[in-house]
Design a binder for this molecule. Sequence first.
Ligand code: CP
Length: 309
Amino acid sequence: MTRHFLDIHKTDAAELRAMIDAARAMKTARDGRPRGMPDDDQPLAGRMVALIFEKPSTRTRISFDVGVRQMGGQTMVLSGADMQLGHGETIADTARVLSRYVDLIMIRTFEEATLLEMAEHSDVPVINGLTNRTHPCQIMADVMTYEEHRGPIDGKKVVWSGDGNNVFASFAHAAGQFGFDLTFTGPETLDPEPAWFDWCAAKGHPITVERDPDAAVTGADLVVTDTWVSMHDPQSARERRHNQLRPYQVNEALMARAKPDALFMHCLPAHRDDEATSAVMDGPHSVIFDEAENRLHAQKAILRWCLGV
Ligand code: CP
């Protein structure tokens, strides 16, 4: 059976845990060697990976590219707009054709339906590199980052402040799978999808909603935010969103409500001094660049899991 990595809530919890542990072991094994130096293990030798981007990317593009190369594989980085995919060829036909050339497909796209159709018609594993709905690779890196600094994440209080967007959705899935308590604080108009509340409740980890950010962050082990205007949001909504989300900015006063050893995360790119102040982003609680680095290690584990190597 082809092993796709489509979402955290669609992947077995024990396998997610094994991926996080494998990622940490691979990171440790590199032991500070130069980024371009191959790993001792070369499980992707002879493998070709297609990285398709229909949206901009810095971290996802580079971390997947470097990760595949460190494990001995090769990559081709493709822009959806330059492929026939961007000129009317169906997703299903694209998936069937790519399956004849490459060993794995990573795609960043707009609609979740594109990802799902790609996976349905692909004979090789497909990885979700972000859709409008979820961003699972990011949150695998975030769980890894939390545990690297503070130990097991289960039972911890994680507070999301801001827009209930696609990155929040994958945090919700991770809450159910890794067993942490997730609080959402943000305006009602930007609430997460009801489906994620239902899913988390069914998993026994219901999401708490607290409209007052000070109350929400009190006692938090981890505070997370993200951009106020996502890539798929219309720019015309910018001013309205900024007005709605300003009370949810993560600043030093808000972080002071969290536990003294709380961490701060942001998946980046950030709009400094909008959703989070530079004082927080560059302050003692922040692990934002560890998160960025751990994209590399977490995705290497995901690639290995998909390929069974
Ligand atoms: N966090 C994240 O996915 O970054 P990029 O958009 O740069 O890939």
